[in-house]
Design a protein around this ligand. Sequence first.
Ligand code: PMP
Length: 401
Amino acid sequence: NSVFEHILQASEDPILGVTVAYNKDPSPVKLNLGVGAYRTEEGKPLVLNVVRRAEQMLVNDKSRVKEYLPIVGLADFNKLSAKLILGADSPAIQENRVTTVQCLSGTGSLKIGAEFLYRHYNQHTILIPKPTWGNHARIFALSGIAVTSYRYYDPATRGLNFEGLLEDLGSAPSGAIVLLHACAHNPTGVDPTPQQWEKIRQLMRSKALLPFFDSAYQGFASGNLDTDAHSVRIFVADGGECLVAQSYAKNMGLYGERVGALSIVCRTPDVAGRVESQLKLVIRPMYSNPPIHGASIVARILKDSTMYQEWTVELKAMADRIISMRQKLFDALRNKGTPGDWSHIIKQIGMFTFTGLNRNQVSFMTEEYHIYMTSDGRISMAGLSSKTVPHLADAIHAAVT
Ligand code: PMP
């Protein structure tokens, strides 16, 4: 008898399980709009030209060796990542009160932040938006932090429930951690306006709530890296403290390379130094030090102004293609006379559209049209192309009529 005999079969991850089901479907018209990964007009994964070039340079550089990185990762990568999210002229960087550690993409950055907060922050409560990316609750809960939610999405308007959000943050325990999507909220595609961000900032600072930004889509929402960092930067500009988890999965297309960074903005350089020393103690027993390849690609690109420029052009092209898919899907539904107001498709931003389709409509579309998406009705606009828009529009039309 196996010593593991008692183990029960676990269910598939609700997001990654969509791809498992998709792979099993033999239909030639099948369409995977589940996972948040960019696809070209031809439906293919994309490696950016600038990434290929950086990799070539790394391979050709015979002085490069495979030694371990320090516990906190590649120094250049960390410095440049902080600069990318906080801005080149950020006073926090100039005053040396930011500590940045290289982590395993966005997920790993959130996890290191969660473990650090559990050990070194006295308020073990985090508020996450409702709804949010499916992994948030588990990441924090498994680090011993109590997870509650704040109202975010309003199904009636398919927009932000701003009043509800302010009420819930207003009644949070003083000092609680608040998870904020820096831009392109997943799964809803609904972001606060700059005016609303300012109100959120004032409220959070007045209650000493600690902001933990998840920045998984910088540049992907608007096509502009600075615009998409606005929310984070207003919280740093007020001199207060915050955490930021960055991912290069989407904006550099480095998904499987697992490149990300956690920055903790502190009040003083002295605190930042001590925070970093403790981050090392979190990381060392988990995986000792992070992998070298992906971070080296990012550092090359961020360091070289020509390559950086090239990256912003390729990034904008991805963002623009997604935005054009929104318009195409909206137009297709309008032309078919599909009942309902579909303007949220063009109003929402980032990789996803929160369609408002319910669980039954989603399973209908999977069964009859071989279209795969998460059961909450979220579709990845990045997985769509001009060729597949009509098929999706047909399926949505049939599902709602
Ligand atoms: N946060 C959000 C909101 C996300 O959508 C994602 C990716 N789906 C992540 C974090 C982390 O992704 P990764 O670990 O691949 O960087």
